[in-house]
Structure formats: structure tokens, C-alpha cells
Design a protein around this ligand. Structure first.
Ligand code: C2O
Ligand code: CU
Length: 545
């Protein structure tokens, strides 16, 4: 309720102001929202789904890559003028890394971006890291899901300005999985990602090779993001959110676009043969969750989570995927006659689970065409899976998710453990230790909590009396613990922490300590709703030797 009211107001007022004042430079305290393009004007399923290209090393067969961040224009829909974007190697999404487990690579990330931010009017200089003493254009790249040394992790303060670069080492000492890379600069991650800075990073291994899954043209990554466009094709992101003197002047607690893009195309279609496909779903949206299903009513099978394969496929009719999460899914179109059209739909509310912002019910379309070659792929019944062992004395950390409200009943700040980004490090597990983290959320929304440097297991979720907890700090459970969903029972790096529940995860901090001479040298854990992450819902953590 609270958020819809404000957003509706913004769009209505913003539209008016834009008509009157377009071209004027308005103070950061005024509302300025250019007239948005009416998304219904964009014909759905007009453009084919693009496939991101494969990232190439500097030398054929090599393990060293140079990637440039640039500003460029790209057509995101045939009826939309070209959109100015930021991307890796001048494409949005960025090219897909395809690497082998056990073969490390090095990547030199270079910024050739202009010094003016693409979404300059949306920068909130009152937010940590975005102070006016820092350049507006700042970037750093994080490999999400990667177990990497701390100097290569893309610490949010390890940003560099245009002309700068960082060379990172990715060990790839982990199993086949769907990772992704994206910007992570402190205080402006939400804007840098909206501008286009995201791409896939696929790790392959011999176990996967042995599985006979659909491959080649039948294995397709699907990056889902929501955006809003101005009539001239430019990206629209709110530039003034608050009329409350206690809040940052521009920042909005969530961004929900009114248009869906998959792999950088607005509401695309994909021609599919009547056979099995492997789709790597990635929710790369800032704050929007998706609960995906096929309007044919058919089920599909999830074979992998964020960090690798499940022990066996999980049959689903609906797939809930939060910002940052990935799902490796087999969809079988076998037996469908050419000409059949199937929609990938969404019914997740925003903010999830009970918000009343605009729900976007359609994602993309599948069109069945004739089979070109027999489908010899198979869906495995089991996959080799070695879970993390419980150890006798696992340290337990209690970590709260907090939402602070202002007088108008608007959330003004979100925090982890009631702490600010700049507060001293409190999460400092020992190298090799396995810990239980209890994520205690008395907020109203589900927050996707992401830990860098690790893959972990979800143990269970248990409802508690949130009011009592807020008042007396006493944790009283009001129901039994519910084990992780079957499709979460694998390796996770991002997990939904639901309202008024304690979500327990079991994490081994086994790979790297934070002793690193480079800047930062800490890892982070945070909410992956990028608006939350940008405004204090992120904490540094250390792995101690
Ligand atoms: Cu996908 Cu710390 O981020
Ligand atoms: Cu959050």
C-alpha cells in the first residue's frame, strides 16, 4: 500500500512535470520523471530472443580476457528507438563466459565509460559511497556465485573510474553452475545494473559432460529483467522519490519496471522444436521477483540451483525466482504440434510477496516449429551430489533484517543486523568453519540474501512472532520449521528470507581468507534487491585465518 501510493503519485506528477519542464535542469529535490512510453504500445512477441555471444580470451584457447565497459546504443524492441546503454564489450547483456572447472582465468575489467553517468539524475549523493567527493561514474565487477580470492571479488569500495581497470583472477575451483557477473559499485549498483552491466558466466565440468543434457542450440540462458522506457527509447529510472526530509532525497526503496526484457529484448519470442530444452533462468532484475509458469499448464524439471546440480530433478509447475537467483531447468516441448504458442507467465506480486505494485503477467513466448533432428538428450534421474557435512559444533550467528519506517509510514532504511555498511565488521568466520546463520526477518517483504565467496545449503524456515521480537527481542516461534523447498535443496548463494520467518542456512567458509594487500579485502553479504543493497542493506564480512 505505502509504496504503490507513492509510486503512482510519482508517475502521475512526474509525467506532468516532464511535459512542462522537459529540457530544464531541475533541482534534485524536484520530481522529474520523463513521460514513459506506454508499454502496451510495444507489440509483444515481435522480436526473436537474442543469444548473448560467447566471451573470447585475448588469444584463442587462452585464459586471459580483456573486457571493456562502454556506452553504446542498442535496439531493445523494433518499435522502440535505440536505447543508450552501458555494457561489457558493447553488448547488453554482456557476452557469456564459458569456462572449465579447474581452469583458472584472469579478466582485466576496463572502464571506457564516459564521465557522465547515464542515469546521473538518479544518483543519490546522500547514500553511502555516492558522496559528491566521489566520481559519478564508478564501477567494479563481481562474479556472483564465484568462489574467488578477496582481491578479485569486486569489493564495492574497490571501484575505479573511467580509464581505470582491475585484473581479477577467477579460480573456477567449483562445479558446473550458472554464475553471472554484474556491477557492484557502492551506492550506485542499482543504476549501473539498470544501465546494462550484467552477463552470464557458465562453469562446465566433466560430470556435466557425462549427463547428456540438451546442449548447443538447445541450451539457452534466459536473463529476465524489468525496465521502464521513455518515448525516445531511453531508460527511465526514478529521479526523485521522497518528500520526507528524513530520507535520502532521490533513492526509492524499490524499482519496478513496467516492461520485461529477456536477454536484452522486450517481450521476445523463441522458436522451439518439439523436444527438450535446457534453460538457465537468471533473475537479473533490481527488485522484482518472478513466479514463472507455462500457460500450457505443463510442468518442467529443475536440475540445478545457483551453485550446481541438484541430487535429482524436481518437477515444478511454478518456479519462484528472486533477484540474483538462478534455476537450471529442462522444459520438454515433445509432442507439441508446430504452430503451438506457449507463454511464459508470471504472477509474483511486487514487492514480493504481498506488495501492490504493478504485476507483469507475461515474460516471453515459445513458438513450436517442426523438429529438425531427433532429440537424443536425456533427463538424468539422479546427479552426483555431495552435500556439506554437518559438524558437531557449528557456530550459530543470529542476523536480523531490519526495515525502519519514517513518519509517513514509508520505509526509509533497510539494514542488516541493525548495522550500517561502515560499522565495524561483525561477521568474521574462521577459514574452514561451517556455521549456521539464522536470518531473522521482521520486515514485510521477502529479501534475497546473498553471500559472496561461498555456496551454502538452506536448512529450514520457521515462522515467529515478529511483533514480540521487535518489542522484547524474544524469539517466539509460532509454527514448526519448514525444510527447504525441494528445488532449494542444492547449492545456493542467494536465498529468500521471508517475512516473519527465521531462515537457517549452513555455510562453510572454506576457500580464502581475507588477508589480501589490495583495497578492501573483505567479502560482503547483502540483500540482492539492488535498491536495498545500495542503501545500507549490505555488510562487509571477513574470513579469518
Ligand atoms: Cu549479485 Cu553481491 O551480488
Ligand atoms: Cu532487501
Amino acid at each position: 500500500m505505502r509504496r504503490l501510493t507513492r509510486r503512482t503519485f510519482l508517475v502521475a506528477v512526474g509525467g506532468l512535470v516532464a511535459v512542462v519542464a522537459s529540457g530544464l535542469v531541475l533541482s534534485k529535490y524536484s520530481f522529474r520523471q520523463p513521460a514513459p512510453v506506454e508499454p502496451r504500445r510495444l507489440t509483444k512477441y515481435l522480436d526473436p530472443l537474442p543469444f548473448p555471444s560467447v566471451m573470447q580470451p585475448t588469444e584463442l584457447g587462452g585464459t586471459y580476457y580483456e573486457v571493456e565497459m562502454t556506452q553504446f546504443t542498442q535496439k531493445l524492441h523494433s518499435q522502440l528507438p535505440p536505447t543508450t546503454l552501458w555494457g561489457y564489450n558493447s553488448t547488453y547483456p554482456g557476452p557469456t563466459f564459458v569456462v572449465r572447472s579447474g581452469t583458472p582465468i584472469r579478466v582485466k575489467w576496463i572502464s571506457r565509460l564516459p564521465t557522465d553517468h547515464l542515469l546521473a539524475a538518479s544518483i543519490d549523493h546522500a547514500i553511502h559511497g555516492a558522496e559528491t567527493r566521489n566520481p559519478d561514474v564508478r564501477n567494479v565487477v563481481h562474479l556472483h556465485g564465484g568462489v574467488v580470492p578477496p582481491g578479485s571479488d569486486g569489493y564495492p569500495e574497490d571501484w575505479f573510474a573511467p580509464g581505470g581497470s582491475r585484473t581479477y583472477r577467477y579460480p573456477n575451483e567449483q562445479q558446473a553452475a550458472t554464475l553471472w557477473y554484474h556491477d557492484h559499485a557502492l551506492g550506485i549498483t542499482r543504476l549501473n545494473v539498470v544501465a546494462g552491466l550484467a552477463g552470464f558466466y557458465l562453469i562446465r565440468d566433466s560430470m556435466e559432460d557425462g549427463l547428456n543434457l540438451p546442449k548447443g542450440q538447445y541450451e539457452i540462458p534466459l536473463l529476465i529483467q524489468d525496465r521502464t522506457f521513455n518515448a525516445d527509447g531511453s531508460l527511465s529510472y526514478p529521479t526523485g522519490g521522497q518528500d520526507d526530509p528524513e530520507t535520502p532525497p532521490i533513492w526509492m526503496p524499490e524499482f519496478f519496471g513496467d516492461t520485461i526484457l529477456v536477454n536484452g529484448k522486450v517481450w521476445p519470442f523463441l522458436e522451439v522444436e518439439p523436444r527438450k530444452y535446457r534453460f538457465r533462468f537468471l533473475n537479473g532484475s533490481n527488485s522484482r521477483f518472478y513466479r514463472l509458469s507455462l500457460d500450457s499448464g505443463q510442468s518442467f524439471r529443475q536440475i540445478g540451483t545457483d551453485g550446481g546440480f541438484l541430487s535429482s530433478p524436481v518437477q515444478l509447475k511454478k518456479l519462484l525466482i528472486a533477484p540474483g537467483e538462478r534455476a537450471d531447468v529442462i522444459v520438454d516441448f515433445t509432442g507439441l504440434s508446430p504452430g503451438t504458442q506457449i507463454l511464459l507467465t508470471n504472477d509474483a506480486k511486487a514487492p514480493f510477496p504481498d506488495g501492490d505494485a504493478l504485476v507483469i503477467p507475461e515474460i516471453m513466448q515459445f513458438r513450436v516449429i517442426p523438429l529438425t533432428q531427433p532429440d537424443n538428450s536425456t533427463i538424468p534421474t539422479t546427479m552426483p551430489f555431495v552435500p556439506l557435512a554437518q559438524t558437531p559444533a557449528m557456530p550459530v550467528r543470529e542476523l536480523t533484517l531490519n526495515e525502519y519506517k519514517s513518519k509517513q509510514d514509508n520505509p526509509i532504511m533497510l539494514k542488516l543486523n541493525s548495522s550500517m555498511w561502515d560499522d565495524p565488521v561483525t561477521e568474521n568466520p574462521k577459514l574452514g568453519a561451517t556455521e549456521i546463520w539464522r536470518l531473522i526477518s521482521s520486515t514485510e517483504d521477502t529479501h534475497p540474501i546473498h553471500l559472496h565467496a561461498v555456496q551454502f545449503h538452506v536448512l529450514d524456515r520457521q515462522p515467529f512472532d515478529a511483533e514480540k521480537y521487535e518489542e522484547k527481542k524474544e524469539l517466539e516461534f509460532v509454527g514448526p520449521p519448514v525444510p527447504a523447498e525441494p528445488n532449494e535443496a542444492g547449492w545456493k548463494d542467494t536465498i529468500r528470507a521471508n517475512p516473519k520467518e527465521v531462515t537457517r542456512i549452513m555455510v562453510n567458509f572454506g576457500s580464502f581468507t581475507t588477508f589480501d594487500p589490495t583495497i578492501g579485502g573483505n567479502y560482503v553479504w547483502h540483500c540482492h534487491m539492488l535498491e536495498h543493497e545500495d542503501n545500507e542493506m549490505m555488510r562487509p564480512y571477513k574470513i579469518m585465518p
